[in-house]
Design a protein around this ligand. Structure first.
Ligand SMILES: *Cc1c(COP(=O)(O)O)cnc(C)c1O
Length: 367
């Protein structure tokens, strides 16, 4: 048996006919940039996110950057961010010239630990950037309370958890302005690069619309030094088709996660994902932890099972962040996660037989 880490058989291949038709329609219309498909997708995704506005953009990194830019974050401002996130979250902060201030995650949920945020707040702190890592919502109630108390903005990084909830309020609707990614492998993935921003703020909506399109409200009149960070029509069209299935696909991921939980719970050497009370998980990734991570990954690979590590090096130890002068041991929880985490295959369509096969191989490894 060969089990891929990610497989688009049920999400993309079965929708091929619809993609083809949409693509040919668009070619017939010669409509490629900021047309009806993008307009419709923005409305559909705003509705999904329970926000007033959605702005389609080029990718998740640009979505984060534009969110910070629209909030008027300036060079030297400090942004609170988890120490164990994907590099894009931190790169968006650096692109502004702002300073990432790392806060360690909760060892149970792998999301930013709200109890450690306040001690990192200084006069320069402007915003908190929580990341709903692997698909689980952060403890947004606590985070919003801290932000309010200290007059800070909140930008959610919702790239991995479209459709997750905290206290029945969907991720991407808590912060002042929130970023997501439709990178092909995300729970809602385009057929190329794409991203979006959600907000309830009328001013920020206008500002971001302008910034993503050359700083222009009216063609050839430029009010701001803007960017070209638009979501294009073809990706919008594909996303409109796929958005109809997102809830169903998330439910399928959750079903697979329960299978894994049940099959793996008897193995002492393995830590399975834990969910915070009042939070939900849409399992963008199913991440286990074990001391023998590298050996297990190798063993599974030999047995035809692909796994990945999210992420092998935390941002503060990346070469590109040498200038932050961090050293090994500065963020021990992030480093522990980097050394012990292993992501198992999870995708809509992964059936019980395959999950059982994977679990049995893991059991065999520990005998
Ligand atoms: C994927 C991802 C991003 C970046 O999205 P891109 O579309 O690849 O630029 C940002 N943050 C997190 C947590 C991600 O997983």
């Amino acid at each position: 048996m060969e089990i891929q880490f990610l497989n688009f058989k049920y999400t993309n291949s079965t929708l091929k006919k619809h993609f083809r038709k949409k693509l040919l329609d668009l070619v017939k219309l010669n409509q490629y940039i900021l047309g009806n498909e993008t307009f419709n997708f923005e409305n559909n995704y705003a509705q999904f996110s329970n926000t007033k506005f959605c702005i389609g953009v080029s990718n998740g990194l640009d979505a984060l950057f534009l969110s910070l830019k629209a909030l008027n974050i300036n060079p030297g401002d400090e942004i609170i961010v988890p120490s164990n996130t994907y590099i894009a979250t931190v790169l968006a902060i650096s692109r502004i010239g702002a300073v990432p201030v790392f806060v360690e995650p909760d060892i149970k949920t792998y999301n930013i630990n709200p109890n450690l945020i306040e001690e990192k707040i200084t006069k320069k702190t402007r915003a908190i950037l929580p990341v709903h890592l692997y698909g689980q919502s952060c403890e947004m109630k606590k985070i919003m309370k801290i932000a309010k108390k200290h007059n800070l903005k909140v930008v959610e990084d919702n790239a991995q958890s479209q459709g997750s909830f905290c206290y029945n309020k969907i991720t991407g609707s808590w912060g002042d302005v929130n970023a997501t990614s439709f990178y092909p492998g995300k729970n809602l993935g385009a057929l190329g690069d794409a991203g979006a921003i959600t907000t309830n703020n009328k001013y920020l909506n206008k500002e971001i619309r302008m910034l993503r399109n050359y700083g222009s409200k009216k063609k050839y009149y430029n009010d701001k030094l803007g960017y070209n960070m638009r979501l294009d029509e073809i990706q919008s069209a594909f996303l409109n088709i796929k958005l109809n299935y997102l809830k169903k696909w998330n439910a399928e991921r959750q079903k697979i996660a329960i299978w894994y939980d049940e099959l793996l719970s008897g193995i002492d050497e393995i830590i399975i994902p834990k969910i915070e009370e009042n939070c939900t998980h849409v399992y963008h990734l199913y991440v286990i932890r074990t001391k023998k991570r590298d050996e297990l990954a190798k063993y599974l690979n030999v047995n035809g099972i692909q796994t990945l590590i999210h992420y092998p090096v935390p941002p503060h130890l990346q070469k590109c962040y040498k200038f932050l002068n961090c050293k090994k041991g500065d963020y021990p929880i992030a480093e522990l996660l980097a050394n012990t985490s292993l992501s198992l295959p999870i995708w809509p369509g992964l059936d019980f037989a395959k999950v059982k096969f994977i679990a049995n191989k893991i059991k065999k490894f520990y005998i």
